[in-house]
Ligand binder design. Structure first.
Ligand code: NAP
Length: 334
């Protein structure tokens, strides 16, 4: 697997990152280990988890499952040093039991109960992550969900202390608006604090429909910002939007489509389908291949539920797109 530079850190990470969110819950341990082994033996080194993965998959999950599973994998294989390990803090929910409504998570309520980014919270969270992951350092530590509840100075000082203590090597940010990123970077420059080197956002081929206003999805302004700040690399979560590109039936009523449905999406879905037929790949694979060739640099962060899904995503690394096909995909839109 090819590698790409992470910001201007000099670190090389694999061009495809592996999301471990549902490992240990939706995906059982055996299948999870098969996926991690397949990915790492193919040269993949960029693993992504969080301190809350994945309490929201079922009422009896705690959120410790993914990190604990990775900790067992590191202990069993001794391969911790081969991996560029990313985890996150701030989005664990207090009173998890109270946010379930009729078997489903009330996300509006859950979002109001995130632990947040106070210094004491982050210091505790990273220590707990290190213990679960059975390691003495995290390579990339993200603020999982940007928060206005704590002054940025407090959060950034805490992250600087975490880096100075050797507990994290680099920091990143997720679910954040561009103006906040700029403010974060200015404060870091002003105080000599480590600035984020990675931005983890939802980003795919479909573009959010008019009226969507969320800090989590990359929009044109954020893309423009990234083009002008190559010290910050975009790590794209949900790059295939839960696999909806391959199946019209799956798209119908799927919540992953909520932010996208409309004429622009229909036109872009048709473009992907056309190119997929031409190159003999699936639409999901074409989307990943397009992301891998986009500017600014995008590292797709896939979240396969099964080994078969991982293999299907990995095959996108070998999908060739001609200049004409790339131009068609770029230009498609209502
Ligand atoms: N920073 C954040 O706030 C944030 C948010 C979300 C995720 N993440 C990170 O990003 C990673 C990936 O995100 P994601 O899980 O949303 O990504 P994704 O790859 O777009 O979606 C994963 C889901 O798509 C389906 N799928 C995966 N591969 C498929 C394939 N080849 N064909 C058909 N369907 C396929 C599976 O669902 P089915 O059950 O339908 O098969 C799977 O559970 C996570 O593991 C996590 O590390 C971060």
């Amino acid at each position: 697997m090819k590698t790409v530079g992470l910001g201007r850190t000099g670190e090389q990470v694999s061009q495809l990152a592996l999301g471990c969110m549902i490992m240990g819950t939706t995906t059982d341990e055996q299948e999870s280990v098969r996926i991690i082994n397949r990915y790492t033996y193919a040269g993949g080194n960029f693993l992504d988890t969080a301190n809350c993965y994945a309490w929201f998959t079922r009422p009896d999950a705690t959120g410790a499952e993914s990190e604990e599973l990775l900790g067992r994998w590191f202990a069993a294989t001794g391969r911790r040093d081969e991996v560029f390990l990313a985890t996150k803090g701030s989005a664990m929910v207090w009173d998890r039991d109270g946010v379930w409504r009729d078997g489903a998570v009330d996300w509006a309520l859950a979002g109001s109960r995130f632990e947040g980014t106070a210094a004491a919270t982050l210091h505790r969270a990273i220590d707990e992550s290190l213990r679960r992951l059975r390691t003495d350092h995290i390579d990339l530590y993200y603020v999982h969900v940007d928060s206005m509840a704590t002054p940025l100075e407090e959060t950034l000082q805490a992250l600087a202390d975490i880096v100075a203590a050797g507990k994290a090597r680099y920091i990143g940010w997720s679910n954040v608006r561009t103006w906040r990123l700029e403010r974060i970077r200015q404060l870091c420059a002003q105080h000599g604090w480590p600035a984020p080197v990675a931005l983890q956002q939802q980003h795919s081929y479909l573009r959010p429909k008019a009226g969507v206003d969320t800090p989590s999805i990359v929009g044109p302004e954020q893309l423009d910002y990234l083009r002008h700040h190559d010290d910050l690399t975009l790590v794209a979560f949900s790059p295939i939007l839960k696999g909806v590109y391959d199946s019209a039936a799956k798209r119908v009523g799927h919540w992953a489509m909520d932010n996208y449905t409309g004429p622009d999406a229909e036109t872009r879905l048709a473009a992907v389908a056309k190119v997929a037929a031409e190159v003999g790949a699936t639409p999901n694979q074409v989307v990943l291949a397009w992301l891998l060739r986009s500017t600014p640099t995008v590292i797709p962060l896939v979240g396969p539920r099964t080994l078969e899904q991982y293999d299907s995503a990995a095959a996108a690394l070998d999908v060739e797109l001609s200049d004409d096909q790339l131009a068609l995909l770029d230009a498609a839109g209502a």
